[in-house]
Design a protein around this ligand. Structure first.
Ligand code: WQD
Length: 337
């Protein structure tokens, strides 16, 4: 297929681009580079040996999107573009809703006008809120008391996809609810490159390891978990990328929703230990108060994706730590070396 990959220069997008190309698909990267780098696309081309075309565009600008895509030939869209910083979304709710909703709406309208029916949407386990049971399957309630405009924007986008499909039954859509992506391509050439102080655990740990930050703050050790620290389902970004390709290759009319996770829960201290083992670097840390909005445990039941997409994770947390460290140590300043 010829796949329009929005957000294709970002962390998840760059790995997805590579896996799509390896599986024989053609990729057109669409990105506004507001939180990503052209260097990532250059490295995708270098690793794959394929010159990847790039469209620089803010998709929430509907007219610009219509103009820019008018002459572009594609059969499917994987829509990863969006704003994704949870804390920032609390400060700038209208910006998050505008950008994250307008871009999906513009894309779906353009697809319908063009008769392009295949749509994969990047959602998040954050739509489950504070879970009432774990592991979380897709039948778990979603969109209840979400902690941030970011989370709501993901949930509203899911509703938009459902509404579009009701009105346009030919639409073939898959909603992928990601758990916590970590790791990098084993080459160390592409990886996660957050701007500013990392919000997420793994990039914070790798920046401590590379000497950029003094110590990790562990946000709370009083949760009802085996060691008191928060438990998450970490998924290697290449397993996640493969999940997108599996979804795309089995897409059918309707909307299907899948959790993409490993099914394994790891605490903050489990991740610290796994990283220390994989990298040989000590990670000093201090326990701090819990972070507002955090939940104790988020862990996937990935059974549905395993069965229906014939997909499962194959990479361990240890491999993810090794690959994250390989990326960070080879690129201490990310893409802006
Ligand atoms: C993981 C665990 C923290 C940083 C968020 C979004 C979610 C998704 C991924 C993305 C938690 C602890 C973290 C630190 C810590 N979205 N932690 N010290 O919060 O599960 O999910 O990112 O686009 O929607 O909510 O991920 O990596 O921030 O935290 O102790 O410096 O690590 O409390 O238990 P989270 P995370």
């Amino acid at each position: 297929m010829r796949v329009l990959l929005t957000g294709g220069a970002g962390y998840i997008g760059s790995h997805t681009a590579l896996v799509l190309i390896e599986r024989g698909h053609e990729v057109i990267v669409l990105d506004d580079f507001s939180n990503s780098s052209r260097e990532a696309v250059r490295r995708i081309s270098e690793l794959s040996g394929v010159d990847v075309p790039v469209i620089e565009l803010d998709l929430s600008d509907r007219e610009a999107a219509q103009r820019a895509l008018a002459e572009v030939d594609f059969d499917a869209v994987i829509h990863l573009a969006g704003l994704k910083a949870v804390g920032e979304s609390v400060e700038q709710p209208t910006r998050y809703y505008r950008v994250n909703l307008d871009s999906t709406i513009a894309l779906l309208d353009i697809m319908r006008e063009r008769g392009i029916t295949k749509f994969v949407f990047s959602s998040s386990a954050t739509v489950y809120g504070d879970p009432i049971y774990v592991p979380i399957d897709e039948a778990h309630p979603a969109g209840v008391d979400l902690a941030s405009p970011y989370g709501w924007s993901k949930f509203m986008n899911e509703r938009i996809v459902h509404g579009a499909q009701t009105a346009w039954p030919e639409l073939e859509a898959v909603v992928l609810r990601y758990f916590n992506p970590v790791g990098a391509h084993p080459s160390g050439r592409i990886g996660e490159d957050p701007s500013g102080i990392p919000n997420n655990l793994m990039p914070f740990i790798t920046q401590v390891a590379v000497g950029k930050r003094e110590r990790l703050s562990v946000f709370g050790d009083g949760y009802n978990t085996p060691d008191g620290t928060g438990v998450r389902d970490y998924i290697h970004v290449l397993d996640l990328a493969e999940g997108h390709v599996a979804a795309l290759e089995r897409i059918a009319p309707g909307v299907e929703t899948y959790n993409l996770g490993s099914g394994i829960g790891s605490s903050v201290l489990d991740v610290v230990r796994a990283f220390e083992q994989a990298s040989g670097q000590a990670i000093p840390y201090a326990v701090m108060p819990a972070r507002a909005g955090d939940v104790a445990v988020l862990q996937a039941d990935p059974g549905r994706a395993n069965a229906e997409l014939d997909w499962r994770t194959t990479r361990s947390l240890e491999e993810a730590c090794r690959d994250s460290w390989n990326w960070q140590s080879q690129n201490p300043a990310g893409y802006h070396a």
